[in-house]
Design a protein around this ligand. Structure first.
Ligand code: GLA
Length: 735
């Protein structure tokens, strides 16, 4: 058996953590092992020189050794051996019927690609493994890194052409994650639509393939590039083994979950192969997006907490110490396009008076933008609405002690705009075909160098000339007619890749030149939320639907994959239809305080009493926000089950503060709220309960042990409809 030479890698420790990742290669160079947090991931070179998964799951002992793997044996003449093996990365060729990681067409028509192991290299905190086609000079480098806090594996792949002639990549994944053999897996995923994003769905994984995807040119909300897989019966929010992951890509993507003929499950993630083609010249290298995969044996809740940790500690700008989200005010639902200097100044004063820390002016400030039919693309300040430019408003906002933020939608154009009149060829289009509009707008082809330069240029100018602290970056439609007539036909389909690369490139350049600038990714709501854009975006907008009841469901789904600390949640007037039951301000705030709090209501309509209540609740939020935004989230009562109740719990990283939100959407008369058994407390420590909003049932102790709150639980006193309560439990320090 091969001995393992451990190489212990410790990155500079920025948090309190002392964790490290241990990466090892066997002495014959054929078995690779990563151990980090609670996870081990092992793969190796098999007897066919293919890369094969050996083990992925709960961390093993360092003494556990693995021999190099043996490829699957063929079964009859119908399932050639290549289809029986759990490949880390496989080309389409050699009789493969399963989802390939890469498919290439060579100029001579040859489409066979059989990759074999060449070499490996351990470098700083990553592993590189090189494969090559059996006869052609196609090199594929697989990159692996493991996050030390979560054990989540990050994989991406470079495809290099050294053949001397261009070839076309028709499919490219970061790689494949293989699950231990079992016939009872279940897939959980997120799907939705505009204003109804983030529904949690699940499906049994049986013979065949489930494809989660976007063909829309961007991430989309029909599916989010996230998966979680557990076993049929044994898992719930807090128990059971879960394999999960997400793709870091904001363009058309696909994650295919395939159970092969031998009941092995393969999860392959990368670019969407549909309508894709990338002509790679000789000497060039193509880099796939990254695909992350993790393991938890603490149920779907445990998987979510690891995702949150990964995002906050190693993905978003400023990681591992990103700034806490400021309380934001946004005027969109109050004024829509009717923005002007006096109106915005008045709202800014009101926003500051209740404790907002960032004031954001939304759509309508530029060009001839009075509604959604004109002006997009003309990024000059509207002189009627702001005769003195933005400076007086920005100065005012700053003098009130708030940051100033501005809405932009850089990648779009209204046909009724000066930009489109000057450059009708700048949009995605097929010549001679209709240009299908969505919200009266077309998509600029950001893959074009001139469009990239224009977008970066106007944003640079805006940021250089104004003291802007924050951009809300919107993207209000998906693609149609994705043609790029300016390039040779054989290069047109690379638009799916080049567009996204340029999008990231612009964000990276803006952030490098303006280190204090923060950015929100918004796409008419939650249609561009993924681990790719989160490298450049400090926060995201989950949905245009701000109804506080609908939001409980939306936020519940969002947090399966993404941290509450990235999730903007505004208190608005939405859902308060005249003549129908109104949601109290308290209920609306409690719904939004479960993420990064904002206010989007028309403060001009608030009574003095409502202003005072809002001010008090914002102050309450500031006292708990670090726990909500950084803590460990437990979904105690999930609204996805019955839509009657929702309860969430957040435990701060230092374990000293616990925050609980209990929401009753609709209750039967005289029925008490379920007892909330808390999680993640120290059994022996004492915790002091405070209801900052609403009450606990009479008889609830003011101070009790962690064991009490976890096993006896907390009873919120909630009766009726649209009621909420908020609690903190503070750890009582031993005397
Ligand atoms: C999108 C956003 C909204 C708002 C409007 C402005 O719908 O999601 O929040 O900014 O655009 O047009």
């Amino acid at each position: 058996m091969a001995a393992l030479f451990p190489l212990v890698l410790t990155r500079p420790v920025a948090s309190q953590s002392t964790q490290s990742v241990r990466m090892t290669v066997s002495d014959d160079g054929h078995v690779f092992r990563m151990d980090g947090a609670d996870v081990s991931y092992v793969f190796g070179v098999n007897n066919q020189q293919q890369l094969q998964t050996i083990y992925w799951g709960r961390r093993l002992a360092p003494e556990d050794h693995f021999p190099a793997p043996q490829s699957g044996r063929g079964y009859a003449s119908f399932d050639l051996p290549i289809n029986v093996t759990q490949h880390e990365f496989v080309g389409w060729g050699g009789g493969l019927y399963l989802e390939p990681d890469v498919k290439i067409t060579f100029p001579d028509g040859n489409r066979d690609l059989v990759l074999q192991f060449v070499s490996s290299k351990l470098e700083s905190d990553a592993l590189r493994v090189v494969m090559k086609d059996i006869s052609r000079e196609v090199y594929v480098t697989l990159h692996y890194a493991m996050d030390r806090e979560t054990g989540i594996v990050r994989r991406w792949t470079d495809i290099e052409n050294r053949t001397g002639a261009p070839f076309t990549i028709e499919q490219a994944a970061a790689g494949t994650f293989n699950l231990p053999r079992s016939a009872d897996y279940h897939l959980h995923f997120l799907s939705g639509r505009w204003a109804g994003e983030w529904n949690v769905r699940d499906e049994a994984i049986r013979g065949g393939k489930i494809v989660l995807e976007s063909r829309r040119g961007s991430t989309g909300s029909q599916n989010n590039p996230f998966f979680a897989i557990d076993r049929d019966v044994s898992t719930n929010q807090e128990q059971g083994e879960v394999y999960f992951g997400a793709l870091a890509w904001s363009g058309s993507w696909q994650i295919s979950v395939e159970q092969d003929a031998f009941q092995q499950v393969h999860v392959t993630g990368g670019l969407n192969a549909f309508d894709f083609g990338y002509r790679l010249k000789s000497g060039e290298t193509f880099e796939t997006p990254a695909f992350y995969g993790g393991f938890s044996d603490h149920g779907l809740g445990g998987a979510s907490r690891l995702m949150h940790r990964l995002e906050i500690d190693s993905i978003v700008p400023g990681a591992p110490h990103p700034r806490l989200r400021p309380v934001l005010y946004n005027s969109w639902e109050a004024t829509e396009f009717n923005v002007d200097e006096a109106g915005q100044m008045a709202l800014a004063e009101k926003a500051a008076s209740i404790g907002a820390e960032r004031f954001v002016m939304d759509d309508g400030w530029f060009g001839k933008r009075n509604n959604d039919s004109a002006g997009l693309g003309d990024w000059y300040v509207n002189p009627q609405k702001f005769p003195h430019g933005l400076k007086p408003l920005i100065d005012k906002v700053h003098s009130l002690g708030m940051q100033f933020g501005l809405w932009v939608e850089p990648e779009m154009v209204n046909p009724d705009s000066d930009l489109y009149r000057a450059h009708p060829d700048w949009v995605l289009n097929f010549p001679g075909r209709p240009r299908t509009e969505g919200r009266n707008q077309l998509v600029l082809n950001l893959a074009r160098p001139d469009v990239r330069a224009y977008v970066l240029g106007f944003l640079e100018k805006l940021l250089d000339e104004n003291q802007i602290d924050f951009l809300k970056w919107d993207y209000n439609r998906n693609w149609s007619e994705p043609g790029w007539p300016a390039v040779p036909p054989e290069d047109e389909k690379s638009v799916y890749y080049d567009y996204v690369r340029n999008f990231y490139g612009i964000l990276a350049e803006l952030r490098a030149k303006h280190p204090q600038l923060e950015i929100e990714s918004c796409s008419g709501g939650g249609s561009r939320v993924d681990l790719g854009v989160l490298r450049y975006a400090d926060q995201v907008w989950p949905s245009d639907n701000t109804n506080p009841v609908d939001r409980l469901l939306i936020q519940n789904g969002f947090t399966y994959a993404y941290s509450p600390g990235l999730m903007m949640a505004w208190v608005t007037d939405s859902g308060n239809v005249p003549g129908q039951a109104a949601y109290s301000l308290s209920f609306r705030f409690l719904s939004s305080m479960q993420g990064a709090l904002g206010v989007g209501a028309d403060l001009n309509k608030y009574t003095p009493a409502e202003m005072a209540e809002a001010k008090r609740l914002i102050a309450d939020y500031k006292a708990i926000r670090e726990t909500v935004q950084r803590g460990a989230l437990y979904r105690i009562l999930s609204p996805e089950n019955d839509r009657e109740r929702s309860a969430t719990e957040y435990v701060s990283r230092d374990g000293k503060q616990v925050v609980v939100f209990a929401m009753l959407i609709t209750g039967m008369e005289h029925y008490a709220y379920p007892t909330l058994k808390l999680h993640g407390l120290d059994e022996d420590a004492m915790y002091k309960l405070t209801a900052f909003e609403g009450n606990a049932e009479r008889g609830t102790p003011a101070v009790a042990s962690g064991a009490y709150w976890m096993h006896r639980g907390l009873d919120p006193a909630l009766y009726g409809n649209f009621q909420g309560a908020g609690f903190t439990l503070e750890k009582v320090e031993a005397q």
